[in-house]
Design a protein around this ligand. Structure first.
Ligand code: ADP
Ligand code: MG
Length: 686
């Protein structure tokens, strides 16, 4: 239960004076629903104003505070165009005050012949002085413009002044909270207490101390939660899976394992042999051969008498994994089944029965495989492919369900920068495949203007005539699946006219599973030369004969996403090419991003760059999934602070594992403040 002291922070904004349903609705657009949201809605800068006796050239472009007296109003006869109020200053200059809306308000607040204080940016228009939309106060009245006004991120219908007032009210209501940061750190950094730091961050937007403290709080809550998750998972005991090489030794592969594959397989074997459940993240760039590592791990489980499950993010991938495993495992007598949303009726029943009675050794599937109704006889290992779609909360759910939780291996092809590894996966051990299978020729990447689309299509036709295969990826349009599908449909039509109707396949998110499968199968078997797709092919699809990747509207994709797409080719020994087709109105940064893609194949470098350009939320798709997105902490903050916060949190747990001491209880408040209620449930009792 949330500590009472936090209650005021979690009241709805509507409880504030002067916030009715309309204002609440406006605030909601900025995701400001509770007091705590207002507190953490920090100003990004400040307007500095100068109080001046009169307008002068020296003040041009500055925000001024002037005393003026209005003497005339003007409005174009048509009623169109701005409403103007002419006013005189102390030196007898005329200053035109311009309003593009709300002339009624202007008439009322600027009565002719009465002195008023106006503030706004002083501009020159021809030889006239003007201020657009000045704020107005009565001289000496209560609403005097401040010399320094913090500037807030706003939305339509909300003025900066109003936002400032709301922040001030929220601050007044905010309680002092007990200190959760380690005292030594507080004094070393000279940090103020939480409430004072917030107040300062609102008052002095430039103040780095306050911001850093607030960033630290977030990162600390995150690290503490992950440590609690790790700790609680380590408290469980599960079955050791020592393996006996009966299956792993008998597996015949057409190639040698890379050194990196061998190393991570050993790391995993070491974990599986323990009764403490494995909690391991396997990172490896696209095409580095993670599937094989998963297969070996699953075989260790099976030869130890347990079952294994492999969870894929999409149905296409699940089917592909299933087919691969069937091919490799049939001769070993390992029984593999598949379960997705599509297996229904009899087929589903029979898989469920096989899992319950142990006649299925390995299950491949989509999220369906961890649903309520799926009961395993003895699930020893769960492998999750493409981790970035599978967040902390799902991990919590998976581990909390089982009495004896399975060993857990999560695999991601997103080369996550170290910073993010710590904040997103801090509870896990990490293995890295940092070596590609041999014999791959580097992919050549070219950036081409969409004016040359006809040439690209011509090149594609020649590629297909020579027996080559290719992907053609269409970008997301307007975030609507419908129009994405339509755009892809259209592109497929055009290509069919040129290459022949039976040579071009199409997959997009609105197609049904079986339809998609049929197309993918046809492409994998080589009967289709071109696969037109929206980004559904982004993850994992493996067709070695496809050596040409064309991405339309490339500037609209994230770098990490482009890297993933490019990783679909260059899987066989043939030379592969990636054509990034760009639009004509490329921004400076768009140009730089595409240039980086051309320059490097190094997934880590690309991920670091993507992180810098787009922030942590975007890169992992976390923003959509509502996972770790920090409100204050920037990437740089996280980089600096996460290691400190991690050891701080660890030290606290070492001293006071139940979080019952004074600082321990403060840390609980911190967890609740950042809504990690689930993590509080994991604190060791007694
Ligand atoms: P990812 O890490 O992206 O999941 P995959 O597991 O799909 O990569 O492997 C990519 C391709 O590399 C597959 O065709 C796979 O058969 C092949 N492969 C995997 N390991 C090796 C190896 N050691 N030597 C040669 N090819 C390999
Ligand atoms: Mg894969």
């Amino acid at each position: 239960m949330r500590p009472e002291i936090l209650n005021p922070l979690f009241t709805e904004v509507e409880a504030l004076k002067g916030v009715g349903p309309q204002v609440a609705k406006t605030l909601k657009r900025l995701k400001l629903e509770r007091l705590v949201d207002l507190l953490y809605h920090l100003p990004t800068g400040a307007i500095e104003r100068v109080r001046a006796p009169a307008a002068s050239a020296a003040l041009l472009g500055r925000h001024v505070i002037l005393d003026v007296t209005p003497f005339e109003t003007r409005q174009a006869r048509s009623g169109r165009g701005p409403f103007r109020v002419l006013a005189g200053d102390a030196d007898g200059n005329t200053i035109t005050l311009i309003y593009f809306n709300n002339p009624g308000w202007a008439r009322k607040t600027l009565p002719m012949g009465e002195a008023r204080t106006v503030s706004g940016k002083l501009e020159a228009y021809g030889d006239e002085w003007q201020i657009i939309h000045p704020e107005v106060a009565e001289p000496g009245g209560a609403q005097q413009p401040a010399l320094r006004e913090p500037v807030y991120p706003l939305t339509e219908g909300l003025t900066n002044r109003r936002m400032g007032e709301l922040a001030a009210t929220a601050l007044e209501r905010a309680p002092e909270l007990p200190e959760w940061v380690e005292p030594g750190l507080v004094s070393r950094e000279g940090w103020r207490p939480w409430r004072a730091a917030l107040a300062q961050a609102h008052r002095e937007p430039g103040s780095d101390d306050a911001r850093r403290r607030l960033a630290y709080d977030e990162v600390f809550a995150n690290q503490l939660a992950l440590l609690l998750l790790r700790q609680s998972q380590r408290r469980h005991r599960t079955n050791a899976l020592p393996g006996d090489e009966r299956l792993t030794g008998a597996l015949r592969l057409p190639y040698q394992l890379t050194g990196a594959q061998r190393r991570v397989i050993e790391e995993i074997r070491g974990d599986l042999a323990q009764q403490v459940p494995m909690l391991r993240l396997l990172q490896g760039d696209v095409g580095s051969g993670k599937t094989l590592v998963a297969l070996m791990a699953m075989l260790v489980a099976v030869e130890s008498g347990a079952q294994a499950a492999l969870l894929a993010p999409t149905e296409i991938l699940a089917r592909q994994h299933h087919a691969t495993l069937l091919g490799q495992l049939d001769s070993l007598g390992v029984r593999v089944a598949i379960l997705t949303g599509r297996e229904k009726g009899r087929a589903r029943e029979s898989v469920l029965m096989g899992l319950a009675d142990g006649s299925v050794d390995i299950l491949v599937g989509t999220h369906a495989i961890f649903q309520e109704k799926v009961a395993y006889r003895n699930l020893g290992l769960a492998v999750i492919d493409e981790q970035h779609r599978f967040g902390v909360s799902q991990r919590l759910l998976l581990s909390s369900k089982a009495e004896r939780p399975p060993h857990l291996l999560v695999m991601t092809a997103t080369p996550i920068p170290r910073t993010l590894t710590l904040t997103q996966y801090g509870e896990m051990d990490v293995s890295r495949i940092d070596e590609m299978p041999p014999g791959r020729t580097p992919i050549e990447t070219l950036v081409i203007s969409d004016e040359k689309l006809a040439d690209v299509i011509g090149g594609l036709a020649r590629h297909a005539e020579n027996g080559g295969q290719a992907y053609w990826v269409c970008p997301l349009v307007d975030e609507s699946e419908k129009s994405d599908a339509a755009a892809a449909e259209e592109r497929a039509q055009v290509l069919r006219l040129r290459l022949g109707g039976d040579r071009v396949g199409l997959v997009h998110g609105r197609m049904k599973g079986p339809e998609k499968d049929a197309v993918m199968t046809a492409f994998a078997s080589g009967s289709l030369a071109v696969l037109v797709a929206t980004t559904v092919i982004e993850v994992g699809v493996d067709v070695p004969n496809a050596t040409l990747m064309i991405v339309e509207g490339a500037e609209r994709f994230g770098l990490a996403q482009l890297h993933q797409l490019r990783g679909r080719v260059g899987r066989g020994s043939g030379k592969s090419t990636c054509l990034l087709i760009r639009g004509q109105n490329l921004t400076e940064s768009g140009r730089a991003r595409l240039a980086l893609m051309r320059e490097t194949n190094d997934g880590f470098r690309i991920a670091e760059e993507d992180l810098r350009l787009r922030g942590p939320g975007e890169i992992l798709g976390l923003r959509q999934s509502g996972e770790e997105a920090f409100r204050v902490a920037t990437v740089q903050d996280v980089e600096q602070l996460a290691p400190i916060a991690q050891s701080d949190a660890q030290l606290l747990l070492d001293r006071d594992g139940g979080l019952t001491g004074e600082r321990g209880r403060a840390a609980r408040v911190c967890l609740y403040l950042f809504e990690r209620d689930q993590a509080v449930g994991l604190i060791r009792s007694g």
